[in-house]
Design a protein around this ligand. Structure first.
Ligand code: FES
Length: 104
């Protein structure tokens, strides 16, 4: 499943993600700059924050209440913010673009 991460400085990093894994895992595997994933995917650090392209947000869906709480502390939250460790990759996401959020 092909997903493109756009870094905060505009570089495109295409990755291939396996269905059922988290988007963060693919980003870390490919070394996408800006996805630090300090907490290892437990929804606690917000260093895996991405902005989902608006046309894909319906596919990805809204964050959970716990994720919302963590996003609250993340820098520069936007309406399509998600923590990539909480996004489970599905085949419908093939071709999706997300932008890496700058963080504090
Ligand atoms: Fe820490 Fe996603 S990896 S919140």
């Amino acid at each position: 499943i092909g997903v493109t991460f756009v870094t905060a400085d505009g570089r495109e990093c295409p990755v291939r993600a396996m269905s059922g894994t988290s988007l963060m895992e693919a980003a870390v595997e490919y070394g996408v700059p800006g996805i630090e994933a300090d907490c290892g995917g437990s929804c606690a650090c917000a260093t895996c924050h991405v902005y989902v392209d608006p046309e894909w947000f319906g596919v990805v869906g809204e964050p959970s209440e716990m994720e919302n709480g963590t996003l609250y502390f993340g820098a520069d939250r936007r309406p399509t913010s998600r923590l990539s460790c909480q996004v489970v990759v599905t085949p419908e996401m093939d071709g999706m673009r997300v932008t890496v959020a700058p963080y504090s």
